[in-house]
Design a protein. Structure first.
Length: 82
């Protein structure tokens, strides 16, 4: 949330950073994020995801878009609590 550059290059910056922190591989981090997206899209509350994204989602979001939606929502939530 602190550095938007991570959202511009998730494969080169974000996944390796997460993988290092949790002693995993970048590919497993990427796969797990795709799994979360699939679960949210197929079995989760798709309407909530659209509400959070502030726009209609006609297709399943990519990993980058999904992370962008979450970061934007969390930032707004933090600002609302100040």
């Amino acid at each position: 949330m602190q550095d938007e550059n991570y959202l511009l290059s998730v494969s080169k910056l974000l996944y390796p950073q997460i993988a290092k922190k949790y002693q995993a591989t970048s590919s497993s981090v990427e796969r797990d994020i795709r799994t979360v997206i699939n679960v949210c899209w197929e079995r989760g509350n798709r309407q909530l995801l659209e509400d959070i994204s502030l726009r209609p989602l006609n297709t399943r979001p990519t990993s980058s878009v999904f992370l962008d939606i979450l970061v934007h929502y969390l930032r707004q939530d933090c600002l609302d609590k100040l």
